[in-house]
Structure formats: C-alpha cells, structure tokens
Design a protein around this ligand. Structure first.
Ligand SMILES: *[C@@H]1O[C@H](CO)[C@@H](O)[C@H](O)[C@H]1NC(C)=O
Length: 206
C-alpha cells in the first residue's frame, strides 16, 4: 500500500517536473524567440506593404473619380437683334443666355473662359438675308496669341441663308473662346427664329 502511494506520487511529481521543465526550457530557447520575432517582423512588413498598396489604390480611385465627375460647364446663347455693321475683329456679344452652367460664358463681353483644363466643344451659327453678307470666326486665345478655329458665312446668296458649324478644342484653364464678326450679323426674325447663336460645353477633363 505504501509502495503504491509512493509510486503514484513519484509519477505525479515526474509529470509536473517535466512539464514545468518543458515550459521553462521553451522560454529559455533563444532560437524560438528569434523565429517568433522574425515572423512578427515579416507580418509587420506585410501589413506595411498592404497599407501602401491601399494608398496607391486610393490615389487611382481619386483620379478616376476626378475624371468621371466632369464639372457641369455648358452654355447656350443667341443674338437678340440685328447689330448693324461690325468692324473686322469685333467680338459678337450674344446677349440672350438660355443656359450658363458654371458661369463660364460672359453675356456682357461675349467671351467664354475655360474654368478648367479640358476638351471643349463649341458651335456657332449665323443667319443673314441676301444683300447682307457676313462672316463669323471662332477664335481661341493662347496667352496673347489668337487661333482661328472655325469660319462660317451667310447672306451671300438669295433669300435668307445660314452658316453654322461645330468643333472641338483643347483649352487650358483661363484661355478664352469667342466669335468675331464681319459684315452686319442679324439677330432674330419674328418669334423663336434665333438664327445667330453660340454655344459650348466641356466634354472631358485633361
Ligand atoms: C493645366 O494645364 C497647364 C498647361 O499644361 C498646367 O500647367 C496646369 O498645371 C494644368 N492645371 C491643372 C489644374 O492640372
């Protein structure tokens, strides 16, 4: 009986001792600590890399959003009445404004000024009766120089006739587009017949 109990206690003691020793020796094991530290550093590095990638993706997303959310810049205008003889190079002031989203068209000067860098579309139309030959030039400023983008004529043949066109151009913020006239451009005829107009829209940011 006594031997039995002693044997039992010895086994328990041995078990506890070896367990404790295992834990203790693991704690002391320098190689394990090192590999845990290495693994920790690896994970930390992976997290940093993921964060950096996330940041890059956010930048891409910001750029996509910037391009997709094209500002609402658009105007439509017309000439209310005949303006008589104009001097060559005179800017035509289209005084009736049907639309001016973004307020980039100035109805007092007739000048559209690009609020952002982008690709823009413009159209102009000139309607004149016979005996009143006129011309329109669509002009863009580049600093102090002028670029003639388009040209239309009307009033050279019999009866009323209309010259009109649309075009696209790239503009840097602050550059302007306007219409210069020649001859004596006519405004409207009766109700709703606005035959002399100017319009534009921002298509794309660049
Ligand atoms: C617009 O374009 C000009 C000329 O290319 C450039 O200098 C300027 O930084 C651009 N502006 C923006 C807001 O991108």
């Amino acid at each position: 009986m006594y031997t039995m109990a002693l044997w039992k206690w010895s086994v328990i003691f041995l078990y506890v001792y070896t367990s404790f020793d295992n834990v203790y020796s693991q704690k002391k094991e320098p190689i394990d600590q090192l590999s845990i530290k290495m693994r920790f550093l690896e994970l930390e590095n992976e997290i940093l890399q993921l964060k950096a990638r996330d940041c890059g993706q956010n930048k891409e997303l910001d750029e996509i959003l910037r391009l997709v959310k094209t500002p609402n810049i658009a105007f439509r205008s017309a000439l209310s009445s005949d303006i008589g003889q104009v001097t060559p190079g005179q800017i035509i002031v289209f005084d009736i404004v049907g639309l001016n989203n973004g307020n980039a068209y100035n109805q007092h000067s007739g000048i559209f000024t690009a609020p952002v860098n982008g690709t823009y579309m413009f159209s102009m139309k000139l309607g004149n009766p016979s005996g009143n030959p006129s011309a329109f030039f669509l002009v863009q400023s580049h600093g102090s120089t002028k670029q003639y983008l388009e040209y239309v004529i009307a009033g050279h043949t019999s009866e009323w006739n209309v010259g009109g066109t649309s075009t696209v151009t790239q503009m840097v913020e602050g550059e302007s587009v306007w219409v210069e006239g020649e001859g004596s451009p006519h405004g409207k005829y009766g109700d709703h017949r606005y035959h002399t107009t100017f319009a534009g829209i921002l298509l794309h940011l660049v």
